[in-house]
Design a protein around this ligand. Structure first.
Ligand code: UDP
Ligand code: MG
Length: 312
């Protein structure tokens, strides 16, 4: 009999946590495996941590890691993966958007040899604009990333202990979980899953957070933006040579003139804009290097709740 950990990051989820525990319990009670809940309270300002403590008191399978402040979804997942003790670890959202009815299918695919079993979102419940943005992201990611990032696969997934150990031992600080999961390799199995609507409350992701997350994902797994710079450099050089020839030839055949102030200014502004964009791109990577070198932890644990004994 295997122990399966459910890693559940939660930020201000007081409205859904009880229901989550109830629904998931109902689903896993019918399964032969042992389960542990590993809740991560990502610095919630509501009663999330209180509810976690009371769940842990009522249910010995429940453990909780309380972070010292809000560190973000990625950091919460990282904390959960480190705390999990299972032979397999499942990461799922607290808002029941990742349906508990999918759990048996994830576990079955693991039994059949899948070491990474990830849910592929069929039918999203988000608005039109956000859906377009997601699809644009995955298309871009597919083109430029150095790994094979499966489309529409979010954090919801099961990983074998071997894979979790790989992720836990990665030294890098900049983390994009679905990317690292794909990077780990092993036998990767997709499972189609309908994404539900959030049970209650608002999304904890602002548009800004989402955009930053997407940018981080691309820059973590691609050097293409840097290469683009070299490419633009060559294009500029070609243009300069062409311009030089044009000027010289013009001077020889005597059609040179002082006209063209507007075009020169336009070209200057354009060049300046291109330079600023690429300085920004370099800055992005320098910032990443800075983060890695400083090696600050991605999260701080304030408290651990639940059974302390290790039986694995
Ligand atoms: N979450 C978190 N820290 C944050 C933001 C979100 O732990 O800073 C959790 C949140 O509680 C939820 C999961 O990450 O369990 C996904 O967040 P949300 O449902 O708000 O995102 P969406 O489903 O809208 O993409
Ligand atoms: Mg959600």
């Amino acid at each position: 009999m295997a122990l399966i950990s459910l890693v559940v990051p939660a930020y201000n989820e007081e409205e859904v946590l009880e229901a989550f525990h109830r629904e998931v319990s109902a689903e896993i009670d019918g399964l032969p495996d042992d389960f542990e809940f590993v809740f991560i309270d990502d610095g919630s300002r509501d009663r999330t941590a209180v509810i976690m403590r009371s769940l842990a008191e009522r249910d010995s399978r429940v453990r909780a890691v309380i972070l010292s402040r809000n560190f973000g979804h990625e950091a919460a997942i990282e904390a959960g993966l480190r705390a999990a003790r299972g032979d397999a670890v499942i990461v799922m959202d607290a808002d029941l958007q990742d349906g508990p009815e999918i759990l048996p299918r994830l576990i079955a695919a693991w039994r059949e040899g899948g070491e990474v079993v990830y849910a592929v979102r069929k039918g999203r419940k988000e608005g039109r604009l956000l859906r377009t943005a997601f699809s644009g992201f995955y298309r871009l990611a597919g083109r430029v990333m150095s790994i094979d990032l499966p489309r529409d696969a979010g954090p919801f997934s099961l990983m074998d202990r071997q894979v979790v150990d790989v992720l836990n031992h990665l030294p890098e600080k900049g983390r994009y979980f679905p990317g690292l999961r794909a990077f780990a390799g092993f036998n990767q199995v997709p499972v189609e899953a309908e994404r539900r609507e959030r049970l209650a409350g608002e999304t904890k992701y602002s548009l800004v957070k989402r955009t930053l997350g997407g940018t981080n994902a691309i820059f973590s797994f691609s050097k293409l933006p840097l290469r683009l710079m070299t490419f633009m450099g060559f294009v500029m050089a070609l243009l300069a040579i062409a311009g030089l020839i044009w000027v010289v030839v013009g001077a020889i055949i005597g059609s040179g003139s002082a006209q063209g102030w507007t075009s020169v200014m336009t070209a200057m502004f354009f060049l300046a804009a291109v330079m600023f964009i690429f300085m920004g791109i370099i800055g992005e990577y320098v910032g990443k290097i800075y983060d890695e070198v400083r090696a600050r932890p991605n999260y701080v644990v304030a408290e651990e709740v639940g059974r302390k004994d290790t039986d694995s």
